[in-house]
Design a protein around this ligand. Sequence first.
Ligand code: ADP
Ligand code: ADP
Length: 228
Amino acid sequence: MIQFIDVTKKYHDGTVALKGINLEIKQGELVTLIGPSGCGKTTTMKMINRLVEPSGGRILVDGKDISKINPVELRRNVGYVIQHIGLFPHMTIKDNVAIVPKLKKMNRAEYDKRIDELMEMVGLDPSQYADRYPSELSGGQQQRIGVIRALAAEPPIILMDEPFSALDPISREQLQDELIRLQEEVKKTIVFVSHDMDEALKIADRIVLMKAGEIVQMDTPDRMIRRP
Ligand code: ADP
Ligand code: ADP
């Protein structure tokens, strides 16, 4: 459903970030982009919601060239979870999630129910946490809210840019487990940027290994570890 065809990127300052990426991501697949800092993972990912425009090549989503899709329209179908999600500190958890347009359109009862469902999906008891403020949640719990906010818009595609890397090892493990469980349930197409091979091996359906603006290896986790 997402296709990169000979995609290159040269930034304004002359930095060549991508030298020609060819990649196909299937519907419902969780693909991890992995590689050393500066290899082009974030650039690749941000092209999918047009935060970065390619210098050459084409990107298709469901066969449609995304340069012809309005970015606002496109981002409605592409959820985005980043390292520090930045919840509004003066708003409760429920209100922070309710800023998603899809929820805003619902009546009170509908959206209360939906928020309960979403919180339960990521293992947060709504009766305990929905009316709390962000500062009353741990980093891992706040990050779960970031995942909920992305899910609430019901996008077919979700981009995750090292969403768990700022967390302590235990919270990170928990969120990885939850993502795996959640993915079994919702089957989104997920592009997950990571620099942690253990994380990639654990969560990914497929790992895309990048180096200096190129894809050097692309395989399932079990085949990846069997290779030298
Ligand atoms: P990664 O996510 O793998 O760390 P990035 O995609 O962020 O890599 O960056 C790839 C290369 O492009 C790096 O050399 C980086 O310094 C450069 N780069 C990223 N963003 C910009 C930008 N806005 N302007 C210029 N160079 C950039
Ligand atoms: P810039 O001026 O740096 O190019 P943009 O105007 O393209 O930034 O985007 C502004 C910010 O919007 C980005 O830094 C990004 O983190 C944020 N953002 C939040 N949600 C989304 C989303 N779903 N898709 C794209 N960008 C998003």
